[in-house]
Design a protein around this ligand. Structure first.
Ligand code: S3P
Length: 167
């Protein structure tokens, strides 16, 4: 992999991942999208048909499979939260880029999406608590952290691109 993007739901992993891959002229893989393609089911369907545990298994296997490929990988918001995934992300030589956003930015972005089973069943307070709880996991494996509040995707992509040139 050339870069792995991590961060909470709505932090911009998919949008920035796509733009970064375009800039680097390499393939872009979205972990969730890969799971959808492999199973023929949406993330929402996997959660409601088999539960979160099964989803996390699929997520782990898919992460392992993607590691040795080239390109930019956008992970899911919960990917770094299991110890085994965290260890993988800490051990990889690929730069792991953390996209951060304030809770209000997250709520604004996530509120518009119907395809986020975890966020859809949570109150604003629960979602805020989840975000706070996850911060240490993200920080444990990130080689670069970027706050995305009030910044354009192109601007953020350029910052990552410049970082990758020297790392
Ligand atoms: C999840 C985030 C989602 C998706 C699933 C679980 C999470 O990905 O993997 O709904 O636990 O935060 P995005 O971060 O792309 O929304």
């Amino acid at each position: 992999m050339d870069a792995i993007l991590i961060g909470f739901m709505g932090s911009g992993k998919t949008t920035i991942g796509r733009l970064l891959a375009e800039t680097l002229v390499v393939p872009h893989t979205d972990l969730d999208q890969e799971i959808v393609e492999n199973t023929g089911q949406t993330i929402k369907e996997i959660f409601s048909n088999y539960g979160e545990k099964r989803f996390r298994e699929l997520e782990h296997k898919t992460l392992l499979k993607q590691l040795n490929k080239n390109g930019v990988l956008s992970t899911g918001g919960g990917t770094p939260i299991s110890i085994r995934n965290l260890k993988i992300l800490q051990a990889t030589k690929t730069p792991v880029i953390l996209l951060e956003a304030s809770t209000s930015t997250i709520l604004e972005r996530v509120g518009k999406s119907e395809e986020r089973p975890l966020a859809n069943q949570m109150s604003v307070q629960q979602l805020t608590e989840l975000q706070i709880k996850r911060i240490p996991f993200y920080q444990e494996c990130a080689s670069l952290s970027i706050n995305t509040d009030d910044r354009s995707p192109l601007d953020i992509t350029e910052q990552i691109y410049k970082y990758l040139l020297v790392h």
